[in-house]
Design a protein around this ligand. Sequence first.
Ligand code: SAH
Ligand code: SF4
Ligand code: F3S
Length: 547
Amino acid sequence: MPPRTVYLETYGCQMNELDSELVAGRLRQLGYRFTPEASQADVVLYNTCSVRERAEQKVWSRLGEIKKRKGDEPGLVVGVLGCMAERDGEAMIDRMPVVDILCGPGELDKLPELIDNAVRTRASLSADAPARRSANQVALQGDTSRRSGTLAAAGDNLELLDLSRTISPVDEGRSRSAYVRITRGCNKFCTYCVVPHTRGAEMHRPPEHILDECKRLADAGVIEITLLGQTVNHYRFEHGASVSIGGVAQPQKGRTYKGSHHRDAFSGEHVTTFADLLGRIHDEVPSVQRLRFVTSYPRDFGDDVLEVIRDSPRICRYLHVPAQSGSNRVLKTMNRGYTIEEYDEFLDRARSILDQPEIGRPLMISGDVIVGFPTETDADFEATIEMVKRSRAKNQFIFKYSPRPGTVAYDRIPDDVPEALKRSRNNTLLAIQAEISDEISREQIGREFEILVEGFSRNEKKKRGVDVKPGSGMVGLTVGGSSPALATETETEPAGLAQFSGRTDGDQIVFFDVDTSATPADDLIGSIVRVRIDDAGKLALQGTRIK
Ligand code: SAH
Ligand code: SF4
Ligand code: F3S
C-alpha cells in the first residue's frame, strides 16, 4: 500500500494536544505522512473536545464540509477521535455517515489498526457502493473503564502509547516546551462535567515512567515541561501495591485521597506523592529549567507540595486552581467538595509560602469560573464577583454554563439561567477580571524576570508576513506552548531590531526588542534571558533585555 497522508486537527485541552502528538508520532513510525492541508490528505482526523457545546459545534461543521468532498473521493477516510467520539458514541455515525472511524481517548493505542482497517475497507468499496455500517471502525471505552477488572488491561495499552512516545531532538529556533502526562481520567464527577465520562477513571502513571519521559525530553533539548492531569495534586503511587504486566509497570487506580496539610502519613511506606514526584523531577532532571503542572484541585493541596515548590528554583511559581464559583450553595450543587472559605484559605496559604515578589518570583494564580450554572441567583453571582476580586488571579477563564448530556446537572437540574443573563454575567466578570489583570501587570513594572523566549511577537510575525495561527480554541489554559513535534516556527530573519515574545515563570507574556544582527533569532528562541519590565500593555508586559 502506498504511504497514506494524514491531516490531524486538534480541539480541546492540553491533554488532547499531547494525545495528538503521541498519535502522530506512532503513525509516522508506521510510515504515514502528515500534511497541514486537509485537502491533500486521504486520512482526515479530528481530535475532539466535548466540554462545552460550542467545542462540539465546530467539529460538526467540519464534518459537514468534508461530507461534500467524500462524494468525489470515496477512498477518503474520516476519523473522529477524543472526547466527543466517546461521548456521542455510534450516534455520531448515524448523524454523520461520513465518519469512518470513532476512537475514544482511552482507546488511542488502537488507532493505527482502525485506520488500517478503514483504509482497506474504503479501498474495496466501489464509488457507487453505499458506505456500509459494518465498514465503520469503532473503539470506545464505554463504561468498561470503571469496572475494576478491566482497569489494568485498559491502562496497560494506553501506557504503552505514552511509553512509545517518539522524541526527536529539538531543532534550533523551535519551541522547547513539552507536556508530560502524570494522571489520566478523573474521579471527581463535578455535576456539569463530561470529563469523567469521556476520559474514564483516574489512573496514576508509575513515577519511573514519568521520570524517564522527562529525561528523554530533556536529552532532546526540551527545557520546559508541563505535567498534565485533571487534578494533578491527587497524584499518588503506592509502590507496595504496584503491578507489572509483561515487564511493564502498570498505572494505578486513584482512590479517595486522605490528604492533609502536612506530609502524607503514608509516605514512609514507599508512596510517591505529588510532592515527591515534583521534587524528584526537579532534582533528577536539572536541565529542565521550568517545571509546571495543570490543573490543581483546590482541595487536598498539602503544604508539602507548596514547600517543594518554594525550595526548588526551577519549579514555576504558577498555580492554575479553578474555583468555578464563589457561592457555597452553587459549589455544593456542582459537587466540588470544598467551600469558598476553604478556597480562600488555600490561596492565602499558597501566597504566604510562595509569593516572593522581592526576588522577582511573585506567585501567579489563574482560575476558571462557570457563570449561569443552573439555579445561580444574583446573590450567588455577587459571591462569585467577590471571589474573583479576592483571588486576584493573573487571569480567569470564564465560561457560560453549557449543559452536557450524560452529566448529573443535565439530567437533574434544568438549565434555568437565560442565555442573555449568562452573557451579561460573563461580560461583567470579564470586565472585573480585566481590571485585576491590568493591576497585576502594572505591579510588575520595574521588576526583573527570567524570560523563556518563545519566538517573534505577533506584531513582528505580521511585519514579516509569517502565518499567525488563529487561537486554537483551547480550554482556558495558556501554559506549555506547542510541543516540539508540532512547532512550526522556522523563519530565518533579516538582521536588525526585532520584537520577541516570551514568558515569565508565572506565565506572564513579555515583549522585548533584540538586535538580531548581534544575536540571531535562532539562538534566542528557546533560551532564557533576563528582562526588566518597563511597561504593561493590554496583551503583554513590555521589557528591556538586560542579559
Ligand atoms: N479538571 C479541571 C477542569 C477541566 S475542564 C478542574 O476541575 O479544574 C476545564 C474547565 O471547563 C473547567 O474548569 C470548567 O470551568 C469548564 N467547564 C467544564 N464543564 C463545563 C460546562 N458544562 N459548561 C461550562 N464550562 C465547563
Ligand atoms: Fe471535570 Fe471536575 Fe474532573 Fe475537573 S475535577 S475534570 S471539572 S469532573
Ligand atoms: Fe475537552 Fe476532553 Fe479535554 S472534553 S477539555 S478534550 S478532557
